[in-house]
Design a protein around this ligand. Structure first.
Ligand code: NAI
Length: 484
């Protein structure tokens, strides 16, 4: 018997969770459920992270959370309960499996093109940090963190998972042609890890091209690993390939805590009607059972689900409208009545159980992930982001007046496009400039020099933000402005 934490969630959450647990109970799955208070309704009670301290304690001691969808309270300053949970517990890899389900008609199933794609999405970093600031009344900035250790964790997981799955190909989706430093780092780590897995064909595809290829030849893809936001979008695209969000399960994998949930949300439009499709949550539950090693039971129930879908049984959101749709509860009952039956297409092989006990130890302190250290690390300048309604030339004149000594003004950009020393009158301007100052004599500068420059510039401008320009082993650790 394994104890797991269960959060029913908001909207359709309680209905679909009830249906799934009904199926698990009928199959005598040896799980013991600790129901925890988590979701929008808990947030409304005044718990700003959307869970009670008892819920947090239970989840942290059991290591497995099976959860229904949770509503993100609307309004400024409020974070998503789901994202908070994934980030708090460092569930760094989000695995989403999309496979053809016979009985769920799609253009690909009708054309006889099989789909079996696993998306591994980085789950912690990227713009999902939600670190955003208004720099001026007109200019909003989001910080996008991509880190080497963070990329390493998720990419290693993706390769390990691909190996276990017996995959032939693993693809990195990215936009490193444009975001050379952030996506460039992710891609670099991908090929570093790939060297340890020579048996897997590792390649990369730019994310827009990847979307086009996925909708034209999904059968050519196997495992795809991406950064957070791109992974989110690409995985919903893949959900569309296999029949929609009702069929998209998800596992959030961390070293200590794992969260299993459907990809879809709380479906407020159909909540409380007992018509929601529980398949995605059920598939997520099977993923959890496979993870825990209950292979036989998970395989038996998955075959019953596949058989049920094949026989044309459906809820209102899919299937042949000639057959009346079943309620959520009736759909669960139909699956239970098909226990022991095998689908005609792709039955799940019976696998041997290999139980794992979820990790339930408490970390004494936060592990600090190791990073590279270069021999020659220098600060060679600074980007000062300033607010100004003036034209580039006027901004440059003021900057130059303060650039005596160690600094020279190298470029001024507006929304990343160079507008000084060269530019075009056709470039649209907003009231915020990036002014790049580099060392005058190729000597490193100090933070104190930067402070001096800051103080001088302050006389003419409001400085919204600053960024150090680092040089590591002679290589610039920052991007150039467009046109620089
Ligand atoms: P949604 O996924 O809840 O709904 C989109 C559409 O799909 C709706 O028409 C809905 O009726 C339908 N749908 C979704 N799941 C279904 C199911 N199992 N059976 C039948 N139809 C289904 O997305 P939406 O409307 O953007 O988000 C609603 C709320 O859910 C928001 O508060 C959002 O923040 C939250 N959300 C939570 C997630 C989670 O808990 N992991 C993930 C995505 C959204």
């Amino acid at each position: 018997m394994t104890r797991i934490a269960v959060a029913k969630g908001d909207g359709i959450g309680p209905e679909i969770m009830e249906a799934v647990l009904q199926i698990f109970t009928a199959a005598a799955v040896p799980l013991q459920y600790d129901f925890v208070e988590m979701g929008k309704w808990v947030f409304d009670k005044g718990y700003s992270n959307g869970m009670t301290p008892e819920a947090q304690e239970t989840i942290e001691s059991l290591g497995i959370l099976f959860k229904g969808p949770m509503e993100t309270p609307k309004g400024k300053g409020v974070k998503s309960v789901n994202v908070t949970a994934r980030k708090t517990w460092n569930t760094y890899a989000n695995k989403r499996v999309f496979q053809t389900l016979h009985g769920v008609d799609t253009v690909f199933s009708k054309a006889g093109i099989p789909v079996d794609i696993s998306i591994v999405r980085e789950n912690i970093e990227d713009t999902y940090g939600g670190i955003e600031h208004m720099l001026t009344h007109d200019v909003a900035l989001s910080r996008r963190f991509i880190t080497r250790p963070g990329s390493m964790q998720v990419i290693k997981y993706a390769f390990e998972m691909a190996k276990k799955k017996g995959a032939k190909r693993i693809t990195c989706g990215h936009k490193a042609n444009i975001m050379k430093i952030t996506d460039g780092l992710f891609l670099e780590v991908f090929y570093e890890v790939a060297k340890e897995y020579p048996e897997l064909k590792a390649d990369d595809v730019i994310v827009d091209d990847l979307c086009m290829k996925l909708v034209s030849r999904p059968d050519l893809f196997d495992v795809v690993v991406l950064t957070n936001l791109q992974g989110d979008i690409v995985s919903d695209l893949c959900a569309g390939l296999v029949g929609g969000l009702g069929f998209a399960p998800s596992a959030n994998i961390g070293d200590h805590i794992c969260i299993f949930e459907a990809v879809h949300g709380t479906a407020p439009d159909i909540a409380g009607k007992n018509i929601a499709n529980p398949t995605a949550l059920l598939l997520s539950g099977f993923g959890m059972l496979y993870h825990l090693g209950y292979m036989e039971l998970a395989g038996m129930m998955e075959n019953a689900l596949l058989y049920t879908l094949e026989s044309g049984v459906h809820t209102g959101d899919f299937g042949d409208k000639k057959n009346p749709s079943l309620s959520t509860t009736q759909f669960a009952e139909a699956i239970i009545s098909n226990f022991g039956k095998l689908p005609a297409h792709h039955p799940k092989p019976s696998l041997q159980n290999k139980y794992i006990t979820p990790t339930i130890f408490r970390l004494e302190e936060n592990a600090m992930m190791k990073s590279m250290q270069m021999l020659d690390e220098q600060i060679i300048g600074v980007d000062m982001f300033i607010e100004s309604n003036e034209q580039p030339l006027a901004v440059a004149e003021k900057c130059l007046a303060h650039t005596a000594g160690v600094f020279k003004l190298v470029t001024i950009s507006n929304r990343g496009t160079q507008v000084w020393p060269k530019g075009s009158v056709f470039t649209n301007l907003v009231n915020q400039y990036g002014c790049r100052f580099e060392s005058n004599n190729d000597m490193p500068v100090t933070q104190k020099d930067i402070l001096g420059l800051y103080e001088r510039l302050m006389k003419d401008f409001k400085i919204c933000s600053t960024e150090l320009l680092n040089s590591w082993d002679g290589k610039k650790a920052y991007s150039l402005a467009q046109g620089q």
